[in-house]
Design a protein around this ligand. Structure first.
Ligand SMILES: Nc1ncnc2c1ncn2[C@@H]1O[C@H](COP(=O)(O)OP(=O)(O)OP(=O)(O)O)[C@@H](O)[C@H]1O
Length: 247
């Protein structure tokens, strides 16, 4: 299977402090992959780089046949500002902004698609509710509805089920399965290993450097997890620029 996203000797960081070192590999087209690892392992940083929001310090992210409009990116809930005075249906319709353009009116067909997406995530009847008045789980459902409408080939989810109740998680996992069934490429940062084992066939175990990447059964072994923990214990948060590969 060809790779939708290929990473080549990728090094990422902030103000030249590396957060991900020398990562090479690919997310196969249509694959469903969990990215796991200790706190501070660089998981969110990797998703930001794939989405195009963060420029690599070194190496490259190559998107095969995909442009920015083919990517849907769900940041961690804490990074989303909900104080904006907008209701649920307009939030969902923003998922279409790239296709419709900012100045064209939203037609009835689009509105029906938005309502269908809301029904799929269990939010029918919430169309006119301001987003500030949704629970965390309802808001996450709304963001999934927006991604359904976006119709993206590559879907990046950063801790989509953190602080979300079991029922909402089950409903949103069904949406992830649907995307997988439609051969979209899905990459999700997750912390719950049981959930990963049950629902995600591929896993990248990251501890700033890749510890293992492949089938979940081969990646999430106790030896690999112990290695990732040991690597996390030796991190120096004030480490300087990465010098590996430099003369
Ligand atoms: N905007 C930023 N500016 C500076 N450093 C950052 C920034 N964002 C992340 N970092 C640092 O980069 C490293 C990796 O962070 P990242 O958030 O990617 O890890 P993570 O694996 O997603 O962690 P968690 O599981 O805690 O969410 C950490 O040392 C973090 O402090």
């Amino acid at each position: 299977m060809s790779a939708a996203v290929r990473l080549t000797d990728l090094t990422l960081g902030y103000r030249r402090h590396p957060a991900v070192h020398h990562l090479s590999g690919g997310f196969a087209d249509g694959s469903l992959t969990a990215v796991v690892g200790p706190n501070g392992a660089g998981k969110s940083t990797l998703l930001k780089a794939i989405s195009g929001a963060l420029k690599p310090l070194d190496g490259r992210v190559a998107l095969q046949g995909l442009t920015a409009r083919d990517i849907a990116y769900l940041p961690q809930q804490a990074e989303v500002d909900r104080s904006f005075p907008i209701d649920v249906i307009d939030t969902i319709l923003l998922g279409h902004w790239r296709r419709v353009g900012p100045f064209r009116a939203v037609g009835q067909e689009l509105r029906s698609q938005a309502e269908e997406a809301l029904a799929l995530v269990g939010l029918s009847g919430f169309e006119r509710r301001p987003i500030a008045a949704l629970s965390a789980g309802q808001f996450q459902r709304a963001l999934f509805a927006r991604m359904l409408l976006q119709d993206a080939r590559l879907i990046l989810l950063d801790e989509p089920f953190t602080a979300i109740d079991a029922r909402t998680t089950a409903d949103l996992l069904a949406v992830v399965r649907r995307w997988h069934g439609e051969q979209r490429t899905v990459v999700a940062v997750l912390h719950d290993f049981e959930q990963v084992r049950a629902h995600f066939p591929e896993t990248l175990l990251l501890a700033r450097e890749p510890v293992a990447w492949g089938r979940t059964v081969d990646t999430l072994t106790s030896a690999n997890l112990a290695r990732a923990r040991a690597m996390a214990e030796s991190w120096d948060e004030r480490a300087g620029p990465c010098r590996r590969g430099m003369p």
